[in-house]
Design a protein. Structure first.
Length: 394
């Protein structure tokens, strides 16, 4: 970071004034975008038509920047991530001053008597520092890879229960590592991105296959499942995520998958098979009912080919032969897993409960991996977890 960090006085002013406007945060973000689009109409095209999610994203990003304002290393990491991610939206260097001007104007309007020239100067400095890190990161990323990849859907297969298996062919090679996730934009909802994980390790033909479940009120997921067809075009953002086998060392592996969370888990197991590893792996696949155990047959066939892989399935809302209960309950039954490297993917509640179960059984937090449970660019960890971090941080 080339700019001087904020002083203790400036940090205090920024945080105190933000606390003042916090009760009016929703109104402030609405006002911010209104004046931004009025003063700089050319930036409207960078944002989706439905601004509800975007307003929340701005507020949470701002809150995290302020939270990190006295932690220079993590502030740089977070703002660098934002800068790289903003490339796919078409953000340019010239857009940052416009956003900063309107942000300060919005804060001034809603801070009332808590606003003065000194507070304005502190906020201007804080935003300038963060924006410069984002600009520098975007510039560096430009030299390494495209902002996004155009791709064509070449296969679309329904797998039941609102799940579609969608294969795309990027126009140019798309490098990724098994276990990572990719942001996808459809032509039906421009500038609205959702994250999906390739269900395989990298292929020689560079195709990517995603498993997508249509969720209630999910614009992108419903478009991909119910409207997309071979020949349609989509856009891919750069791969993200650290849930890869590189972290596993020589430990045996534990995989826990719920729903379409099986996709990245399947990719990791496929990568393990390709690498010819000499470790054992246990896979637990869970669902509410037996009918919803999608992809289980494929994993059982994989286990028949690889002696080191054991596959178990569990359902929580139906009485059938085999394991019954939620995945965390089944993990407790077959544990402990304190000597394993664990990878979990699925509904947020399942992942959170599964992590707690593993921690209670003595698995170090540093050996437990899962993707961010919310907007990744805003919530992904900035540094690897420490073994001494507490359970109640989850």
């Amino acid at each position: 970071m080339t700019a001087a960090p904020l002083t203790d006085r400036e940090i205090s002013l920024v945080r105190t004034s933000l606390a003042v406007v916090a009760p009016q945060a929703t109104e402030m973000t609405v006002y911010f975008y209104a004046i931004l689009f009025a003063r700089y109409p050319e930036v409207r095209g960078l944002f989706p038509e439905n601004m509800d999610v975007q307003r929340d994203r701005l507020l949470r990003g701002l809150l995290r920047i302020i939270d990190l304002v006295d932690d220079v290393d993590n502030l740089v990491r977070f703002c660098s991530r934002l800068g790289r991610d903003h490339r796919k939206f078409g953000a340019l260097d010239a857009h940052y001053p416009a956003v900063g001007e309107c942000l300060v104007a919005s804060l001034a309007r809603f801070a009332g008597t808590a606003w003065n020239d000194e507070v304005a100067a502190a906020w201007t400095k804080a935003y300038t520092v963060a924006a410069q890190v984002m600009i520098d990161a975007a510039d560096d990323d430009t030299r390494l890879r495209p902002a996004s990849w155009e791709a064509q859907i070449i296969r679309h297969e329904h797998r039941g229960n609102g799940i579609a298996e969608i294969t795309v062919q990027p126009d140019q090679p798309f490098p990724f590592v098994a276990g990572q996730y990719v942001s996808v934009e459809t032509p039906w909802y421009p500038r609205t991105w959702r994250h999906y994980s390739p269900a395989h390790s990298p292929r020689a033909d560079h195709t990517l296959t995603f498993h997508v479940r249509a969720v209630h009120r999910g614009q992108v997921s419903n478009a991909l499942v119910h409207h997309a067809a071979p020949g349609h075009r989509v856009r891919l953002g750069p791969p993200q995520g650290d849930m890869t086998l590189a972290a596993a060392g020589d430990r045996d592996l534990l995989f826990v998958a719920g729903g379409t969370g099986l996709a990245p888990i399947r990719a990791l197991i496929e990568e393990a098979a390709v690498s010819g590893m000499r470790r054992y792996a246990d896979l637990f696949v869970g669902a509410r009912t037996a009918e919803e155990l999608y992809g289980l047959d494929d994993m059982l066939r994989l286990a028949q080919r690889h002696h080191w892989l054991t596959v178990r399935a569990a359902v929580s809302h139906e009485s059938i032969p085999g394991q019954q209960g939620t995945l965390p309950q089944v993990l407790r039954e077959f544990g402990p897993w304190d000597r394993h490297e664990a990878f979990l993917c699925g509904p947020p509640d399942m992942v959170t409960s599964g992590v707690r179960t593993l921690l209670h059984q003595g698995t170090p937090l540093a050996h437990i991996h899962h993707d961010p449970l919310d907007t990744p660019v805003l919530t992904a960890p900035l540094t690897p977890p420490r073994p001494d971090q507490e359970i109640d941080q989850l």
